[in-house]
Design a protein. Structure first.
Length: 339
């Protein structure tokens, strides 16, 4: 049985108090929300924080505000996002992403903030301490070599959050609060393509909320590839959001990818659609453009060439769903349950 290492535990009731504790304790302290990622990681000795600062008692992180756009507190659980009518009706891509994270039990504990700050993953890293010791560890934790790309000075572990690509395609931004002040950053800019230093968030900052712009005229969709229809992390995530005029001409489109780099990112595929109708030809062109940006590594489930090979197809599923095609049978085949 894997045991947790010893740690101190603080449970503030306000964001200001949490930020003050982080500032006082320094990088040896870590935030914990649902703990569904951090606690298994601590058992495997990936992270061994001296102090855990729990966000569970901070009611302010659970708010939802609907105005011109929608603001979602970082402490909302993924099941609360799934049950939120605004998410379901206005931001379908987010709803579909949240509904496909892990299992219903994990979504009852796992939060939006924790999902956006999720550690990167790799077959050589997500192993227990003894397994990792047997291969002399790796760059990301305790070692000196990357077993996936042995000549690389950079860890290429995979970003595996489902909600981030969906929210990036929706044009979301996040609020980061520390004892020194606060700032708002576009979600796309929160991520770095570095498997170790994968967030532009400072260790003393709390991600407090996600802001979504107005959704009028927009439709969105998220498609996830994984081996099993429940439980598994994504090995490819395609998120698309498209704003169309009344006659169906695309005014603006964004297509983001997840699980094919150390960060989720916006591609140039959406730009190809502006000023055109969502015809089969336009969709195929956008799919090819997006696929050219996907760089999956051989460090997660399923063959990397096959994962790259199906990117254009998944872009097609997302755009055809947005166009209004009936994709329910394809959803059932891919996700193995209806959304
Ligand atoms: C079996 C299994 C399957 C899973 N499958 C998926 C999947 O398919 N897709 C997926 O996306 N995830 C998956 N997960 C990961 C995880 O359950 C979810 O991503 C969940 O949303 C994480 O949220 P949490 O609140 O539990 O995060 P925690 O574990 O509490 O925290 C995760 C990280 O985020 C930081 N953090 C948390 N909240 C904040 C905040 N407000 N501000 C700043 N930093 C913060 C923590 O310090 C930690 O580094 C899976 C996990 C397991 C165990
Ligand atoms: S990508 Fe390389 S350095 Fe990063 S976790 Fe995997 S083996 Fe380690």
């Amino acid at each position: 049985m894997m045991r947790l290492p010893w740690f101190g535990f603080r449970s503030p009731s306000t964001v200001a108090e949490a930020a003050k504790i982080l500032a006082a304790e320094g990088p040896q302290a870590m935030l914990i929300a649902g703990g569904t990622d951090l606690l298994p990681n601590m058992k495997r000795r990936h992270q061994t924080p001296a102090t855990l600062v729990s966000l569970a008692r901070i009611e302010a992180l659970k708010h939802v505000a609907n105005g011109s756009g929608t603001t979602l507190g970082a402490g909302l659980t993924l099941n609360e996002i799934v049950a939120n009518p605004a998410a379901r009706e206005k931001y379908a891509g987010l709803y579909q992403a949240a509904a496909q994270v892990a299992t219903v039990h994990l979504r009852n504990m796992g939060t939006l903030g924790g999902n956006l700050c999720l550690d990167t993953r790799c077959n050589y890293y997500n192993q227990n301490y003894e397994w990792r010791k047997a291969i002399d560890f790796c760059l990301k934790k305790d070692g000196e070599i990357c077993w996936v790309a042995t000549a690389s000075k950079r860890c290429v572990a995979t970003s595996s959050t489902d909600c981030a690509p969906a929210l990036i395609s929706l044009g979301a931004s996040v609020r980061l609060v520390s004892a020194k002040g606060e700032r708002e950053v576009a979600l796309a800019d929160l991520y770095r393509n570095d498997g170790i230093d994968y967030l532009a968030r400072r260790p003393d900052e709390v991600l407090t909320e996600v802001k979504l712009p107005q959704a009028t005229g927009w439709k969105s969709s998220y498609w996830k590839l994984r081996r099993r229809g429940a439980f598994d992390f994504p090995v490819l995530g395609v998120a698309a959001a498209v704003k169309t005029a009344r006659d169906g001409t695309v005014e603006e489109a964004r297509i983001a990818l997840g699980a094919v780099a150390s960060r989720p990112f916006l591609t140039k595929g959406g730009e190809l659609l502006a000023g055109r109708k969502l015809s089969d030809e336009a969709i195929a062109e956008a799919g090819a453009k997006v696929a050219s940006a996907a760089k999956p590594m051989d460090n997660t489930d399923l063959d990397l060439y096959w994962r790259k090979g199906v990117v254009a197809e998944f872009v097609g599923y997302a755009l055809r769903e947005i166009r209004g095609d009936d994709m329910r049978a394809t959803r059932l085949r891919i996700a193995r349950y209806a959304l």
